[in-house]
Structures are given as structure tokens and as C-alpha cells.
Ligand binder design. Structure first.
Ligand code: Z5A
Ligand code: MG
Length: 188
């Protein structure tokens, strides 16, 4: 029998929405139920490109806006062959931020000219200001109008366990849907 492909589950949202917490719990519960699943996160700060991004986010270096956008993009592309391989082998990937963050964060920059003046006053990392995060949220809402993506909105203000239950239910549906799609369809 042909191998069934895995599902690509991406958790997106503003700073501290609980994405990493939920990705970890989701992968754990999938694995415990015997479903092959792995977690990845972007930016992946462990690669050479990821280290450049990390220094930028930690304000240890400054980079031109287009340049940093392309570094985030390259950081995803360098892992695409591995992601394809795992999905085709039937492993479900749970991804902590992906290209939607790339679009939302970069496009939020022109919305918010005062952001530069706020740097250093709020969170420890670049972008961690309430003004900037509101702009990012608006950008995510625009991206969610794209009907070609199966967006699911989760209320992140619930308890960790309630958010987890919600995400788990929707993920199991997505895995069932992916299993019924032919191998390779995702990458055409
Ligand atoms: N970025 C970009 O610009 N372009 C790109 O292409 C990509 C990213 C991919 C770093 O991302 C920055 O990179 C990010 C976007 C930009 N900038 N910002 N903002 P990151 O993923 O490394 O970091 P982050 O998303 O900003 O923040 P985070 O710390 O990873 O947040 P989180 O993962 O969503 O939250 P968490 O760590 O799971 O939880 C935060 C805390 O809340 C923690 O103490 C938890 O125990 C607690 N928590 C979690 N859930 C709950 C609930 N339900 N109730 C109460 N407390 C909770
Ligand atoms: Mg996180």
C-alpha cells in the first residue's frame, strides 16, 4: 500500500500567543497516539542564516529591511527539501511560525513608522512592542482572507489545556484530509 502523506500544520500569531507551548503539546499528543509527527520552528536560529536573524532580533546587529526579509525567507527555503521528504514519508509537521509571519511582519513595518522610536522600550527583542504587534495582527487578518489556505482561528485567551484540545481536534481533521490526498499534491 502507498505511504500516506503527512499534514502540514502551521501555528501563527502575535508575540506570546502561546504558539511554542501549543506546538510542543501537539507533537507530544500525536506521537503518543502513534502518529508520526515532528516540530520545526521559524526562524530556525540554529543555522548559519538563522544566527544572522537571531542577532538582528536581539538588536546585536542592524540589517536593511529587505535584507532581513530575504534572510527569513532563505531560512525557510533551506529546510524545504527536508520538509518535503518528511511529509512525503507520512510525517505530520507542526511548524511554529512560517511564511505568513514573513509577510505579516515585513508588511507591518511601513504601517508603523514610529516603531523605530519605540525600539528598546518594551520587549527585549525587536518587534516586541504593542504598537507593532497590533499592526502585525491586522496583517494576519488580511492574509486570512486568502481562501486557498485552510485557516482555523483559535482563541488563544483560553487556558493552555482548552487551546490544546481545540488545536488537537482541528489537527486530527487536517491529518485525515491529508491522508486522502495523493502523494506530492502539496508540492505542485
Ligand atoms: N519573524 C519575522 O519577522 N519574519 C518571519 O519570517 C518569521 C518570524 C518566521 C521571533 O519569532 C520573531 O521573528 C517574531 C516574528 C519574527 N517577532 N515577534 N514578535 P519567535 O517565534 O522566535 O518568537 P515570538 O513568537 O515573538 O515569541 P514567543 O516568545 O515564541 O511566543 P509564543 O511561542 O507564541 O508563546 P509561548 O512561548 O508558547 O508562551 C509565552 C508565555 O505565555 C509562556 O510563559 C507560556 O507559559 C505562557 N502561556 C502560553 N499559553 C498560555 C495560555 N493559554 N494562558 C496563559 N499563559 C500562557
Ligand atoms: Mg515561540
Amino acid at each position: 500500500m502507498a505511504c500516506k502523506r503527512g499534514a502540514l500544520i502551521v501555528l501563527e500569531g502575535v508575540d506570546k500567543a502561546g504558539k511554542t507551548t501549543q506546538c510542543n503539546k501537539l507533537v507530544q499528543v500525536l506521537q503518543q497516539s502513534g502518529r508520526p509527527a515532528e516540530m520545526m520552528r521559524f526562524p530556525d536560529r540554529t543555522t548559519t542564516i538563522g544566527q544572522l536573524i537571531s542577532a538582528y532580533l536581539e538588536k546585536k546587529s542592524d540589517l536593511e529591511d529587505h535584507t532581513v526579509h530575504l534572510l527569513f525567507s532563505a531560512n525557510r527555503w533551506e529546510l524545504v527539501p527536508l520538509m518535503k521528504k518528511k511529509l512525503d514519508q507520512g510525517t505530520t509537521l507542526v511548524i511554529d511560525r512560517y511564511a505568513f509571519s514573513g509577510a505579516a511582519f515585513t508588511s507591518a513595518k511601513p504601517l508603523n513608522p514610529s516603531e523605530a522610536a519605540l525600539r528598546g522600550q518594551f520587549g527585549e527583542e525587536r518587534y516586541e512592542t504593542s504598537v507593532f504587534q497590533r499592526a502585525v495582527q491586522q496583517k494576519f487578518e488580511q492574509l486570512m482572507k486568502d481562501p486557498s489556505v485552510n485557516w482555523q482561528v483559535i482563541d488563544a485567551s483560553q487556558s493552555v489545556e482548552d487551546v490544546h484540545t481545540d488545536i488537537k481536534t482541528r489537527t486530527l481533521n487536517a491529518i485525515n484530509t491529508a491522508e486522502n490526498q495523493p502523494l506530492g499534491q502539496l508540492w505542485k
